[in-house]
Design a protein around this ligand. Structure first.
Ligand SMILES: [Zn+2]
Length: 137
C-alpha cells in the first residue's frame, strides 16, 4: 500500500496526488487513488467528491477479511518538493477521526518518506506506525 502511494506521488509530480484510505479503526486495508480536482494541484489537493461517495457506498457493502466493517478512514496526498510535514492548508482542511498520510518529497527519486498524522485538539500528532521510508531508486 505504501509503495502504491509512493508510485502515485511520483506519477503525478510535480502535481500533488491524493487518494482515500479504506480500512477498519486500526488498520488501513487499501489506498485508493483518486483524481486531484484542486484548482492549483501543484500546491493543493482535493479528492473528487464523486469518488469519495463511491468509496463510502462501497464500504457499506464490503467487509474487511476479518469481518469488521470498512469505512473511509483517511486520506493521503503528496508533497512534490517538500518533506511530508502538514502545511497550514493541510491543517485547515483536516478534521478529527481521519488518518492523514503524507508522502514527500516526490522529487528527487529515493528521498520519499510517508508519515501518518491525526488531528487532536486542533493540532496534528504523528501516528508512529504509519511512518515508512521508500527507496525506489
Ligand atoms: Zn500537504
Amino acid at each position: 500500500m505504501l509503495e502504491a502511494i509512493a508510485a502515485h506521488a511520483r506519477r503525478d509530480s510535480p502535481q500533488e496526488c491524493c487518494g482515500l484510505l479504506i480500512g477498519s479503526d486500526t488498520e488501513v486495508i487499501e489506498a485508493v487513488a483518486t483524481a486531484n480536482i484542486a484548482q492549483d494541484p501543484r500546491r493543493r489537493y482535493e479528492v473528487a467528491p464523486a469518488e469519495h461517495f463511491a468509496q463510502i457506498r462501497r464500504c457499506r457493502d464490503e467487509r474487511s477479511p476479518d469481518g469488521t466493517p470498512l469505512r473511509v478512514m483517511g486520506v493521503y496526498h503528496s508533497h512534490p518538493h517538500s518533506d511530508p510535514v502538514p502545511s497550514p492548508t493541510d491543517l485547515e482542511q483536516a478534521f478529527e477521526e481521519f488518518l492523514y498520510l503524507i508522502a514527500g518529497p516526490a522529487e528527487p527519486p529515493g528521498a520519499m518518506t510517508i508519515r501518518g498524522y491525526r488531528l487532536r485538539a486542533g493540532a496534528f500528532e504523528v501516528v508512529e506506525l504509519m511512518e515508512a521510508s521508500i527507496d525506489d531508486r
